[in-house]
Design a protein around this ligand. Structure first.
Ligand SMILES: Cc1ncc(C[n+]2csc(CCOP(=O)(O)OP(=O)(O)O)c2C)c(N)n1
Ligand SMILES: [Mg+2]
Length: 353
């Protein structure tokens, strides 16, 4: 079952083939678009907020929106999402306020949420460590006889990590209801995919775990939706995990602290930008006559308002007490921490906390 024929390296597509996806009516197609516009707006505003010094270093996800929205729309609310920093705003699609995610990027504790409130785990920065967490949760759901599954987002670089292997192998052995969703944007900061693996395609890794793999165009939201839905249906039916490789190209810097001009082919970036995922989907919906100028403008204004309110709310939050930097690090804090905290308060002029 897990053996992939060479032809299966081909990317599954919907938009470019001008076909339709079963079960997606006009309303669902527009909901997908709305989610992508929300994510795009969040991302573009966040780069501006960073430049204005209003949030800290930020991991840009421009041109990743199709992968994120397509995957999440294939889930039910009971299903769990395990994001990496690249999917930091994924919770917006589950009702997490924009202010909460912006707080997270401002390093404020108000940026933490209770994962069980939204079935969205906390944003994971250590590469691939969310994969075993997701495998464990999915296995737990199976043991309890519940129908929910879990989806873990991770990058191409993450597939070289031990935690990815442990999570994928464990989920496969336990037949846990897990979707291993790989955002293959072909870069891990400055490391290209060619230096990451000798595998012809990342989806080939599925064979080693004895699980099915699907390779899909990550810039095609409908293809991502369809592929993820297939993986989710298999998981719910007791068929265990699926590896989804969504192939795209990182057209923005890794993060606001990165300058990719030192290592990336700028012509290739420009070429990929021409086919970026939101514009591609917008053109598809306009072709079908589902989206017009007025509705598009209304959806974009709605997202812009949400972000304007979100940043205002985040900035209105009082600073956290600096003692938080020292708390919860040691069961028995060494005495030096107390002097360090006193020194920090002295430096800050005693006006914080
Ligand atoms: C365990 C660990 N090692 C190294 C890093 C530093 N680091 C941050 S992002 C990154 C690249 C990850 O690339 P990829 O998995 O392809 O995800 P992408 O950023 O492209 O979404 C690395 C190595 C880290 N965060 N965690
Ligand atoms: Mg990557």
């Amino acid at each position: 079952m897990a053996q992939l024929a060479p032809g299966e390296h081909e990317l599954r597509r919907v938009i470019d083939e001008d076909r339709e996806v079963d079960g997606l009516g006009e309303q669902e197609l527009l909901e997908l678009y709305r989610s992508m516009v929300l994510l795009r707006t969040y991302d573009e505003r966040s780069v501006v907020y960073h430049r204005q010094g209003r949030i800290g270093t930020y991991a840009i996800f421009w041109n990743h929106e199709a992968m994120q929205a397509g995957a999440v729309h294939a889930l039910d609310d009971e299903d769990w999402i395990f994001p990496s920093y690249r999917e930091s705003a994924i919770g917006l699609l589950r009702g997490i306020p924009a202010a909460t995610v912006l707080h997270w990027w401002r390093g404020h504790p108000a940026g933490w949420w209770n994962p069980a409130d939204y079935n969205v785990a906390s944003i994971c920065v250590p590469i691939a460590t969310q994969v075993p967490h997701a495998a464990g949760l999915a296995w737990g759901k199976k043991l309890k006889g519940e129908s929910a599954c879990a989806l873990a987002f991770f990058g191409d670089g993450a597939t070289s990590e031990g935690a990815f292997h442990e999570g994928a192998n464990f989920a496969a052995v336990m037949q846990a209801p897990l979707v291993l969703f790989c955002n293959n944007n072909q870069w891990a900061i400055s490391t290209p995919l060619s230096a990451q693996t000798r595998a012809a395609a990342l989806v080939d890794k599925a064979v080693g775990y004895g699980i099915p793999g699907i390779r899909v165009d990550g810039g095609d939201v409908l293809a991502v939706f369809e592929a993820t839905r297939e993986a989710v249906e298999r998981a719910r039916a007791g068929g265990g995990p699926t590896f989804v490789e969504a192939v795209s190209y990182r057209t923005a810097p890794h993060a606001t602290a990165d300058d990719p001009r030192a290592y990336i082919d700028l012509d290739r970036v420009e070429q990929e930008k021409q086919n970026e995922c939101l514009g591609r989907y917008e053109r598809y919906l306009r072709r079908l006559g589902i989206l017009g100028d007025d509705l598009d403008a209304a959806l974009r204004a709605e997202a812009a308002d949400l972000l304007r309110d979100g940043i205002a709310q985040a900035e209105a939050e009082p600073d956290a007490d600096v003692s938080l930097l020292f708390e919860n690090a040691y069961a028995n804090p060494p005495a030096s921490l107390r002097t360090d905290l006193a020194e920090l308060r002295r430096i800050l002029g005693g006006d914080v906390g």
